[in-house]
Design a protein around this ligand. Structure first.
Ligand code: ZN
Length: 87
């Protein structure tokens, strides 16, 4: 397991980090201005981390604009409802 002095979670590629970034916004309702908004390549470990500073990542912005994240959230809520019914 690779570790970084920053203590942040490591993503091996920018694509992986972006996927995690979008995924985080699907799972959690971040208040405006909170939560990670972008990915960056780390100077210490040379891998990628999420950051809440800077500008909003293009991939994340595009997904949010398309409303994809809201749709995923609804699907999750529906699945959870189903799970509860059967347990
Ligand atoms: Zn690092």
């Amino acid at each position: 397991m690779i570790k970084c002095v920053s203590g942040k979670k490591i993503y091996l590629t920018q694509e992986q980090a972006e996927e995690a970034l979008v995924g985080a916004h699907t799972r959690f309702d971040y208040a405006k201005g909170h939560g990670p908004i972008n990915v960056y390549q780390c100077e210490d470990c040379s891998y990628y981390h999420l950051t809440s500073k800077g500008t909003v990542n293009d991939v994340l912005a595009k997904r949010q604009k398309e409303g994809k994240i809201d749709r995923d959230k609804e699907a999750d809520a529906w699945l959870n409802k189903l799970k509860r019914k059967h347990s």
